[in-house]
Design a protein around this ligand. Structure first.
Ligand SMILES: [Zn+2]
Length: 322
């Protein structure tokens, strides 16, 4: 193969050697025209975990997006992360934990009811060889629509008909309360209405936990308030391995791990959200814990390093074997 210099590449003489035209067989293959399934499997001890991609929403943002930083600072953070200036990349990754006794889904995706570019969870379940009827427990981190809408399809039918649902008592008490809904500003009232649509007719099937409880052997709940009052994270332990399931402790890490003090407009209590984020991130960084975040880039799993001004997320290497 001829030695390629940068000059040769720029001049096109080297590029010709790399061109698909050099290989007529490759040139004849039609483009696939669609993405491959979003599935990543890994193990924590004897538990088998499956990360399932539901898609992404490019959330439009304005100068109100961060309560305690200027929009110029936000734009600069987005530019540093190669992200569009007026949108927050918001990917959604749900997690299935097979403990050997139970098949547990942590958060349920958007149900295709948030953005046209999200709602792939069911297709990815099929691609992963998992029948929704075999999920026997759904655990919810908090009640924002991108975490609960996947419980029901657009016709209000249960997507996982055999699953018990578990949610935080604090979260339930906040969102399912009449007085809180009446007192909420108009845009938040829409969120309340959505929770009621999902939960009102299945309330009897929703078991409520308090922080510290195990939702299944090896899966412990930890209070992580701020983003919402009952926001919960999960510590999964099996053998000598652990995983911290961070939910929405931070949204995209390129923004919120690097700038852990930022209070987003969608945090119900911004100060508490920041305190929770720093406490959990400090612990994860100090203990070198594997973490997963619902809005981290797929497969949403990696480690956190403490830096001079915040934290940096280091994604996992793709493992070819379990
Ligand atoms: Zn979320």
């Amino acid at each position: 193969m001829p030695r390629l210099t940068r000059r040769a590449l720029l001049a096109g003489s080297g590029a010709a050697a790399l061109s698909p035209r050099a290989d007529p067989a490759a040139a004849a293959a039609p483009p696939a025209g669609r993405e491959v399934p979003g599935i990543y499997r890994y193990r924590i001890g004897t538990f088998e975990l499956t990360a399932l991609y539901d898609g992404i929403w490019y959330r439009p943002i304005t100068d109100k997006f961060i309560r305690n930083a200027s929009f110029a600072e936000v734009e600069s953070a987005l530019a540093d992360a190669f992200m569009p200036a007026d949108k927050l990349a918001t990917p959604f990754t749900t997690l299935i934990v097979n403990t050997g006794k139970r098949l547990i889904l942590i958060d349920t995706g958007t149900g295709g009811q948030i953005a046209p570019s999200a709602g792939a969870l069911c297709d990815n379940l099929v691609a992963a060889g998992i029948d929704p009827k075999t999920i026997d427990l759904i655990v919810i981190s908090h009640f924002h629509p991108d975490h609960i809408n996947g419980i029901k399809d657009k016709d209000n039918e249960l997507v996982f008909p055999n699953a018990e649902i578990m949610a935080s008592a604090a979260e339930w008490n906040f969102w399912m309360d009449d007085a809180n809904m009446t007192a909420a500003p108009a845009d938040l009232r829409l969120t309340f209405r959505n929770q009621w649509r999902i939960f009102s007719d299945i309330a009897r099937n929703v078991t409520r936990f308090t922080p510290g409880a195990e939702v299944a052997p090896g899966i412990v709940t930890l209070a992580a308030p701020g983003h919402t009052p009952g926001h919960t994270v999960f510590a999964i332990h099996s053998g000598d391995q652990s995983l911290l399931v961070l939910g929405d402790t931070a949204q995209h890490p390129a923004v919120f791990a690097r700038h852990p003090d930022w209070q987003a407009a969608f945090d119900i209590d911004g100060e508490t959200a920041v305190a929770t984020r720093k406490k959990l991130f400090d612990r994860a960084a100090a203990d070198r814990m594997l973490v997963t975040g619902y809005h981290f880039p797929f497969p949403a799993c990696g480690h956190l390093i403490k830096t001079a001004s915040g934290y940096e997320h280091v994604p996992v290497e793709w493992q070819p074997t379990l």
